[in-house]
Ligand binder design. Structure first.
Ligand SMILES: C=C(O[C@H]1C=CC=C(C(=O)O)[C@@H]1O)C(=O)O
Length: 410
């Protein structure tokens, strides 16, 4: 049941309990939730089609009371989809309570199982004040070996096997005390207000990239690829101009835009991608960015699970995989030496009308339950094209990893 709550001011992330938080928040608006009314874990061929059927079936069995009928009101499922949907597990969570905010209006949706506590009294649980010391360790590949993988990828590109591949690496961190997801989300959201601060089943982050939003038949996406570091003073402007003028970064960006447009085109009566990328400036890095807009064909708008079907069609774009997609996926499996899990997969939410928003799970970490929840695996990757320099790509991963590290360390 959805209940309108008018104009509340309490920040959504402040409402979250320590355990079982889900979130999708940008500039103070979006959705947060807690409790678990239902859950689906899927992998294998047709994983997303199975999830789509499960969600449609659940919605059909639910007596919906939703006077608002805006995107995100009524029944909502949060999802964190694996990078490789066949080999790894995707997680779908229906929270017992979802609080949404859109255009300044707030609402709460509860399932029948929801424990009755006034949502605006916050959970009362105190965030852990100290996590103690942090210890970092190499993930699957040490930095030198990872640079070797980048060099090998460039050789493959030079040999004409493929045009672009995105290689990622992980970094392990252990704290003295338990990591509090709510505290991490608050820090990410305050440092990265232009990103979507997400949490689903222990995968937490603030992503700048919107894979796909569906509102009725309107579709939108923010494609990112091509990155430069930030600099101090005038050097920052030089770096920005260098990124915008870089033929290598523009090529890297174009592959990502083209992959989305090609996959989305069959579903659209209209689809517009800008001819030139713009700059997206974040505190730690700058990206080339293209906002793509489309209108879904009427025959393609199939109700409850519309967005999931589209997500299945567009993922993985060349922002996280490469060009051509199947060759890049093979090169990643061969060179990266890492299980991406749900990193670089779609993350977001879907409602009963098939509207929703999915980002790409970037600038994120998987909190692990071992050691009382005091461990995390951080991820970052880079697009590799002809002319990519391994040392520069390693530095780029370090700049990207710094986003989550700052949330841990501050
Ligand atoms: C794969 C990542 O970033 C992608 C998104 C933006 C820019 C990218 C780049 O410039 O390489 C990547 O394609 C990551 O942050 O882990």
């Amino acid at each position: 049941m959805t209940t309108p709550l008018g104009r509340r001011r309490t920040p959504l992330l402040h409402l979250l309990p320590v355990e079982g938080a889900v979130s999708w928040v940008r500039r103070g608006e979006g959705l947060v939730g807690w409790g678990e009314a239902d859950r689906l874990e899927v992998s294998g061929p047709g994983a997303l089609a199975e999830a789509q059927e499960w969600w449609a079936d659940r919605c059909a069995r639910t007596a919906v009371v939703d006077p608002l009928r805006v995107p995100g009101s009524g029944p909502v499922v949060f999802a964190s989809i694996a990078f490789d949907t066949e080999a790894s597990t995707s997680v779908f969570v229906v929270p017992e309570v979802v609080v949404g905010r859109r255009g300044g209006q707030t609402w709460v949706t509860t399932t029948d199982d929801a424990v009755d506590r006034p949502v605006f009294e916050t959970s009362g649980e105190e965030a852990d004040t100290s996590i103690g010391q942090l210890r970092y360790a190499d993930g699957s590949l040490d930095p030198v070996t990872w640079c070797g993988a980048v060099a090998a990828a460039v050789e493959r590109i030079d040999a004409g096997d493929l045009a672009k591949v995105v290689l990622a690496r992980d970094l392990l961190v252990t704290a003295d005390h338990r990591l509090d997801p709510r505290r991490l989300l608050l820090r990410l959201a305050s440092r990265f207000p232009d990103c979507w601060t997400f949490a689903v089943d222990g995968l937490l982050g603030a992503t700048p990239e919107l894979l796909l939003r569906r509102t009725g038949r309107e579709l939108s996406a923010r494609v990112l690829a091509g990155t430069a570091p930030r600099g101090a003073g005038a050097a920052d402007d030089v770096l920005a101009a260098g990124l915008l003028g870089s033929a290598k970064d523009r090529a890297e960006h174009r592959y990502a835009v083209d992959s989305l447009v090609t996959a989305l085109q069959p579903f659209c009566s209209e689809l517009v991608a800008p001819a030139e990328p713009e700059l997206l400036t974040l505190p730690n890095v700058r990206h080339l960015a293209s906002d793509v807009r489309g209108t879904q064909r009427r025959s393609g708008a199939r109700g409850a699970a519309g967005l999931l079907e589209l997500v299945d069609a567009v993922h993985p774009t060349a922002a996280v995989c490469g060009t051509p997609t199947p060759v890049a996926a093979r090169v990643i499996a061969e060179l990266e030496g890492m299980d991406r899990g749900r990193y670089a997969g779609p993350v977001g939410w879907l409602d009963a009308r098939g509207d929703g928003e999915f980002g790409i799970a970037l600038r994120c970490a998987q909190l692990t339950g071992e050691d009382g929840g005091a461990q995390a695996r951080l991820f970052a990757g880079c697009g590799i094209v002809a002319g990519s320099d391994p040392a520069a790509e390693l530095a780029e991963t370090q700049n990207k990893l710094a986003a989550f590290q700052a949330a841990l360390e501050d």
